[in-house]
Design a protein around this ligand. Structure first.
Ligand SMILES: NC(=O)c1ccc[n+]([C@@H]2O[C@H](COP(=O)([O-])OP(=O)(O)OC[C@H]3O[C@@H](n4cnc5c(N)ncnc54)[C@H](O)[C@@H]3O)[C@@H](O)[C@H]2O)c1
Ligand SMILES: O=C(O)C[C@H](O)C(=O)O
Length: 326
């Protein structure tokens, strides 16, 4: 049996937390031979609810669950953490854009970045889910100078999964036939889901649909899916978000499949002309616990304009939180 690893989940008493923790404890995220110690971090008023979550975790008798720590102290929450899923943050309501949450949520990620810097493993892998995820990841990363910026990522896997299903439905196939999907940019309404490189049963996806559907239906559906769920459910996506978080960390830790890739918000090294240092979603392959941006993906003029619009939005978000970026 492997030694247990410590996995911190923030916002653990929230709705994504509830859909996430039981799957981590079951082995869905890190494999069925990897014991975990869960560190559940939330705010003080949520501690009673968090104890309820702990009781339910205990009552599952998961063979891989080697311990549960519940806390409202980030220093305890991130102590020796090997993985952190930063979920705890306010969700948007109807009519809001995700960046409207910046003011409410940014401070959380500055505090948590510092706590990660001071307490966590230097090899920690961090996934930011709380919105606006890319810029919150940037804030956490910049407040943790002793840890490689490569270790801070933001979640666009939910958008990636949404895009795979939309093209599968349109072409009468299933997601098993869809490969090489890419979400470029920000987890926001400027994100760009790319059908020019995606494949359906080995054929280029954009060749299988007309441009009017691609521009007028597919792209806005993926961009606006979070808002559509909020409108329908009266609450933001939770089970699908938790599922995407599991997928993101699993791909990062255990590797991507064959030649396929996944979408991850990662520290830009200037690939595809995207400003260095932004947390931008690129096509990534993972191996041995490391991600790399896939090079040589074709970018036509249509794609380039959309990628730059999302880059521009991320630069504006970054400038809006300058006071939190040491
Ligand atoms: N990136 C994505 O694809 C994606 C998808 C879905 C939701 N989200 C975002 O995830 C976040 C959480 O969503 P939810 O539906 O679980 O919300 P929720 O309100 O149900 O839960 C949030 C939890 O975070 C806790 N929290 C608040 N401040 C905290 C802090 N400083 N430290 C620790 N915990 C804190 C709250 O007490 C609450 O328990 C939101 O920002 C939402 O917009 C992102
Ligand atoms: O859209 C939201 O605000 C929630 C989440 O980011 C989503 O994409 O479902």
């Amino acid at each position: 049996m492997k030694q247990p690893v410590r996995v911190t989940v923030t916002g653990a008493a929230g709705q994504i937390g509830y859909a996430l923790l039981f799957r981590i404890a079951s082995g869905a995220m890190l494999g069925d031979d990897q014991p975990v110690i869960l560190h559940l971090l939330d705010i003080t008023p949520a501690m009673d609810a968090l104890q309820g979550v702990r009781m339910e975790l205990e009552d599952c008798a998961f063979p891989l669950l080697a311990g549960v720590v519940c806390t409202d102290d980030p220093n305890v929450g991130f102590k020796d953490a090997d993985y952190a899923l930063l979920v705890g943050a306010r969700p948007r309501g109807p009519g809001m854009e995700r960046k409207d949450l910046l003011e409410a949520n940014a401070a959380i990620f500055s505090v948590q970045g510092k706590a990660i810097d001071q307490n966590a493993s230097k090899n920690i892998k961090v996934l930011v889910v709380g919105n606006p995820a890319n810029t919150n990841a940037l804030i956490a990363q910049r407040n943790a100078p002793s840890i490689s910026p490569r270790n801070f990522t933001a979640m666009t896997r939910l958008d990636h999964n949404r895009a795979m299903t939309q093209i599968a439905i349109k072409t009468g196939k299933t997601v098993n036939d869809v490969t090489n999907m890419t979400i470029w940019g920000n987890h926001s309404a400027t994100q760009y889901p790319d059908l020019f490189n995606a494949k359906v049963s080995g054929q280029t996806a954009s060749d299988l649909v007309d441009q009017a559907w691609l521009e007028g239906d597919f792209i806005p559906t993926v961009q606006q899916r979070g808002a559509a769920i909020i409108k329908a459910r009266g609450a933001s996506s939770a089970a699908s978000a938790a599922n995407a978080a599991i997928g993101h960390v699993r791909s990062w830790a255990l590797g991507t499949e064959g030649d396929d890739w996944v979408s991850m918000g990662v520290y830009s090294d200037g690939s595809y002309g995207i400003a260095e240092g932004l947390i931008y979603s690129f096509p990534c392959r993972c191996k041995d616990g490391e991600w790399e941006i896939v090079q040589g993906v074709e970018v036509n003029d249509f794609s380039r304009a959309k990628m730059q619009a999302s880059e521009q939005e991320l630069a504006e978000e970054r400038d809006g939180v300058k006071h939190l970026l040491p």
